[in-house]
Ligand binder design. Structure first.
Ligand SMILES: C[S@@+](CC[C@H](N)C(=O)[O-])C[C@H]1O[C@@H](n2cnc3c(N)ncnc32)[C@H](O)[C@@H]1O
Length: 292
């Protein structure tokens, strides 16, 4: 999967009929995006970036890219989320890379719930780069089912964070077109979704129990993290794919610091920690366990 600008109107992507992105502005944007989002944009992405940002220029009523760069210089934090939404993709789905959920169901969740029942402690999972919510809600489904199966009373929660304001808004709504539920089997559709009616015909909303388990917050992974407690597992899948090497190294080191002893880090199918961290062992398909 290409995590950068893959969908949308071809004419807009090609930047037809609008101001063009000059070399100096593209150089500024590349550096800005690298510093602020960790995303490394190759030379060949200029046309693509131009196409994607044209929509933003229009929304802001700006005459050209120089004005947009000025806006970023003046108030970088205010526009960062929107910029990131334009240049990265939020493509996601329920139960994407199912083998990770299988591992949670068969091994990790029952073990963690049992361990915390005996020794105390909270169960915490972080969906870092949660996009529109499909990942954290799928995690909430398997967590809720494991809790029901074991009759556990352990304090268990999922934190879901992302940089994109639009993605977070959709995640908070938790309303999805029924044709986006492809990865969800029939039993789970019946158990965890409410079918919309009237204006919401063709849509389904996630069950309140899932919302209860998931806390959704804005967070740029490159900035400070306000969380205090540690996590049993971090899902950071299909997020670091376009981060440059130093950014990935720093991020993996910070994840190691945020995980419980022998906690788990799940990456996306085309991501790897190879040569980037000594804190983890690879123990499954894009599944890493903290060494100590
Ligand atoms: C392709 S989606 C992956 C969604 C989900 N994890 C999955 O695997 O289906 C990548 C998400 O990472 C988010 N993202 C990219 N850079 C980020 C950053 N620096 N901080 C936080 N989120 C970021 C994007 O906004 C996007 O929603």
């Amino acid at each position: 999967m290409n995590a950068l600008v893959t969908n949308g109107d071809a004419a807009v992507q090609a930047g037809v009929g609008g101001p063009s992105l000059g070399e100096a502005e593209f150089a500024f944007l590349r550096e800005f995006v690298l510093q602020q989002c960790g995303i490394s944009l190759g030379d060949h992405k200029r046309q693509l970036v131009q196409g994607r940002l044209l929509r933003r220029l229009r929304a802001l009523n700006l005459p050209g890219f120089a004005a947009y760069c000025d806006l970023l210089r003046r108030d970088p934090d205010a526009e960062l989320g929107e910029l990131a939404s334009c240049i990265s993709t939020n493509v996601t789905s329920f139960f994407r890379e199912m083998h990770h959920y299988d591992m949670l169901v068969a091994d990790l969740l029952p073990r963690w719930l049992e361990d915390k029942k005996k020794n105390g402690g909270r169960l915490r999972i972080w969906s870092a780069g949660c996009s529109t919510g499909e990942e954290p809600y799928a995690l909430a489904m398997v967590l809720a089912e494991a809790i029901e199966r074991t009759g556990s009373t352990v304090d268990a929660k999922i934190l879901a964070t992302d940089l994109s304001p639009q993605a977070l808004e959709a995640a908070r709504k938790g309303v999805y077109p029924v044709d986006r539920l492809g990865g969800v089997d029939d039993a789970r559709r019946r158990r965890w979704f409410m079918r919309g009616e009237g204006a919401y015909d063709g849509y389904a909303q996630v069950h309140p129990r899932l919302r209860e388990l998931v806390t959704i917050q804005p967070l740029n992974l490159l900035h400070e993290w306000p969380m205090q407690g540690k996590f049993d597992a971090i899902f950071c899948r299909n997020v670091v794919i376009y981060f440059d090497k130093p950014t990935k190294q720093r991020l993996f080191a910070r994840y190691a610091g945020m995980l419980e002893s022998r906690g788990y880090l799940f990456l996306g199918h085309s991501e790897s920690m190879y040569g980037l961290s000594d804190d983890f062992d690879l123990i499954g398909r894009t599944v890493y366990r903290k060494r100590t």
